[in-house]
Write a protein that binds this ligand. Structure first.
Ligand code: HDD
Length: 714
């Protein structure tokens, strides 16, 4: 079998440049003798225009920036491969899905949507999950998100949505945040966004790491087999590490302590060999079942519940190599849902249809030329031959005089490929219709699945949604917008609306006062805009929608980080005991001490310190440990240690202490709140016990100890 895994790396190596042991030169290859001084008329005289070295260097610098993406500007990427585990030749003729064990190179870019390139990773936002497959039959891009639905049903509303969520245009405030008037103004007039709003107000919008997110293709796509038959599919990425989030207070603090938290996590995981991994699954819906559901498969504000159509795993994706250069690769990569290969096709989802125009168009202004496909990271590994020519920055030198088809002078080349030779042919869908500007009646249920999502959450998750809405709407200054939102929320769940209203010091308006039809008054209603309605779902609950009950979660602590607070005199047996146990589980302990350098242990050994108390913070770790032998008195006076303890407790993290260090927990500010059944407080008077390490790990595998929180649903 042909192993294609490294094919893209070989291709990229053609463009790599490394200055090690080389001379410094100009862009024209002229060796530079002095890179520190410009050419001047005399020692203290003016610089000379003649200085081509200075001019070239500064001109290049002046033009080093390109426009950031209008959405998804902040992102991080990595190389890897996709491997077929369960081939589906009966469903698709796509070569990269047909053979078990076949590996196809990929590049993945994760992103936030609203913030600028330099904004924080931890914004409450949807995450982009875009995968470029370098297949033998050309580029295939699966440009998805970590949420399976979208805010709007029709692409024509996308510019409005993005204008509303981006910083407000008069003062460019706030950065990377939806908690402001224009966003909620728009949303409160767009009931179709309610399902998505439930997802975005849930902890899905503040992931613990990119590696712990699900990914979704969102739209219904088609797979086409050799016989030309179509099957509807929804794409799902299932993370090996489970689906987990941080808490909102933590997210806000991480944004200050380390705005690159997700970027760094992805980078470090790959550097350390903890390769991020997902399974790729599909929900398979035969053509004949197109109208079987209580929602429309073409409506991107709807999911197909996994309980109705299970996810069939067909492969796995591993990210095993960081980019060599952020700009060249992660910034210049250009995704497009319209990049498909034979065997994959579109549906008439009106959001997808609009996307098919937008992505190439945006690259023209972002990357500056229709030749963006020649940029190494975008280059196909399948051969490219056509009659497209010229344009800014053209790299390819097309030989010969023929650049048209049909031709006789070039022998008819390049040839068109028959379908049997791999030529792409669109699915032969029958369309016989009037040209109309209307929304389908089958898209009118805006609340049924929002309810399903909300009802499927655990009390902890419901409580987080209420608090998120209180936060977001609490930042909205216009009272009427808040009230309108309460009206919409009441159609999802009256208790939800009431609890949010309580936090806003407001009351839920009667339903009739809530404009439902796209914000237009009844006399201005556009024909064809159907009054939103609630379709009761046949399914009452779906565990796949909850993060806490999510079937993808397994009790692993792989790649989790533990802060081990140390001072001189610490017991090296205790430190080693936990570190070793963590390592066995592929997790890691980091030594945090009052100063960098080393600390002396109780046996006069020296342990190197990873972070000082000043540069570390509880929010950057998953759990906290105080080993035996600590200088408790000095730690008790440290404000940083108090913050460590309080935040770890409030963010529901595991806190452990053994031997004499246990007293730090009994005298902690939260000690009076501690109950005996808090599964996350692991204390033992014995030092360096294996049972302690095991209990610590078992508790960590629960991710968080949610019982500690004030739960609005208890
Ligand atoms: Fe989009 C970027 C995902 C709707 C227009 N989109 C972009 C990226 C992701 C998505 C992950 C970043 C790709 C990267 O890392 O470079 N977009 C989605 C999903 C959508 C969606 C899952 C709904 C299901 N997008 C959408 C619509 C439009 C766009 C309806 C326009 C009509 N999206 C764009 C864009 C971007 C983009 C303006 C900005 C940068 C880029 O394309 O390359 O064309």
């Amino acid at each position: 079998m042909k192993n294609l895994q490294d094919e893209k790396q070989r291709d990229l190596s053609l463009n790599k440049s490394d200055g090690t042991n080389k001379f410094l030169t100009t862009d024209q290859g002229v060796k530079i003798n002095d890179d520190n001084n410009s050419l001047k008329a005399g020692e203290r005289g003016p610089s000379l225009l003649e200085d081509f070295i200075l001019r070239e260097k500064i001109t290049h610098f002046d033009h080093e920036r390109i426009p950031e993406r209008i959405v998804h500007a902040r992102g991080s990427g990595a190389h890897g491969f996709f491997e077929v585990t369960n081939p589906i030749p009966e469903l698709t003729k796509a070569g990269f899905l047909k053979e078990a064990g076949l590996k196809t190179p990929v590049f993945v870019r994760f992103s936030t949507v609203a913030g600028s390139r330099g904004s924080t990773d931890l914004a409450r936002d949807v995450r982009g999950f875009a995968v470029k497959f370098y297949t033998q039959e050309g580029i295939y891009d699966l440009v998805g998100n970590n949420v399976p639905v979208f805010f709007i049903q029709d692409a024509s509303k996308f510019p409005d949505l993005i204008h509303a969520v981006k910083p407000e245009p008069h003062n460019e405030i706030p950065q990377a945040a939806s908690a402001h008037d224009t966003f909620w103004d728009f949303i409160s007039l767009m009931p179709e966004s309610m399902h998505m709003i439930m997802w975005v107000m849930s902890d899905r919008a503040i992931p613990r790491s990119y590696r712990m997110m699900e990914g979704f293709g969102v739209h219904t796509f088609r797979l086409i087999n050799e016989a030309g038959e179509s099957t509807f599919v929804k794409f799902h990425w299932k993370p090996k590490l489970g689906t987990h989030a941080v808490v909102w207070d933590e997210a806000q603090k991480i944004s200050g302590k380390n705005a690159d938290f997700h970027r760094e996590d992805l980078w470090e995981a790959i550097e350390m060999g903890n390769f991020p991994e997902w399974e790729l699954g599909i929900q398979i819906i035969p053509e004949k079942d197109e109208h079987k559901f209580e929602f429309d498969l073409l409506d991107p504000t709807k999911i197909v519940p996994e309980e109705l159509v299970p996810v069939t795993i067909i492969g796995r994706m591993v990210l095993d190599k960081n980019p060599d250069n952020f700009f060249a690769e992660t910034e210049q990569i250009a995704f497009h849902p319209g990049h498909v290969v034979p065997g994959i096709d579109f549906t008439n989802d009106p959001l997808l249809q609009g996307r098919l125009f937008s992505y190439t168009d945006t690259q023209l202004s972002r990357l500056g030329s229709p030749n963006f496909h020649e940029i190494p990271i975008n280059r196909s590994v399948a051969p490219v031959h056509n009659n497209q020519r010229d344009g800014h920055m053209r790299q390819e030198i097309n030989v010969g005089r023929v650049s048209y088809h049909p031709n006789s002078l070039g022998g008819g080349c390049p040839y068109q490929a028959k379908i049997s030779e791999g030529g792409f042919a669109s699915f032969n869908e029958r369309i016989d219709a009037h040209k109309i500007r209307e929304r389908s009646e089958s898209f009118a249920d805006h609340f049924g699945q929002a309810k399903l999502f909300f009802n499927s959450q655990t009390p902890t998750e419901k409580s987080h949604i209420v608090k998120a809405l209180r936060f977001e709407l609490g930042k909205v200054k216009t009272t009427a917008i808040r009230v309108r939102m309460l009206g919409l929320l009441s159609q999802i769940d009256t208790e939800l609306a009431e609890k949010v209203a309580l936090g806003l010091g407001s009351t839920v308006p009667p339903i009739l006062e809530t404009p439902l039809n796209h914000g237009v008054s009844p006399e201005n209603e556009i024909e064809g805009n159907h009054e939103p309605r609630i379709v009761e779902q046949s399914l009452a609950l779906s565990d796949a929608l909850s993060m806490i009950n999510n079937p993808t979660n397994s009790p692993t602590i792989a790649s989790r980080k533990v802060a081990i607070v140390c001072t001189d005199g610490v017991s090296d047996a205790s430190v080693l005991n936990l570190k070793k146990a963590l390592k066995k589980e592929d997790a890691k302990g980091f030594i945090i001490a009052p100063h960098l350098g080393t600390i002396l242990t109780n046996t006069d050994g020296a342990i190197p310190v990873d972070f000082s108390l000043l540069t570390a913070s509880s929010v950057l770790f998953d759990a906290l440990y105080f080993p035996d032998g600590l200088d408790i008195n000095s730690l008790a006076e440290s404000a940083e240690v108090a913050d460590f303890l309080n935040e770890a407790y409030n963010h529901c993290k595991v806190i452990g202490a053994d031997g004499q260090a246990a007293s730090i927990i009994s005298s902690a500010p939260f000690a009076s709140k501690l109950t005996n059944d808090d599964e996350g407080i692991i204390i033992t008077s014995e030092a360096a016990s294996e049972a302690f390490a095991q209990d610590f790990i078992t508790a960590m595998a629960k991710h968080r100890i949610w019982d500690r929180e004030v739960n609005l649903y208890n």
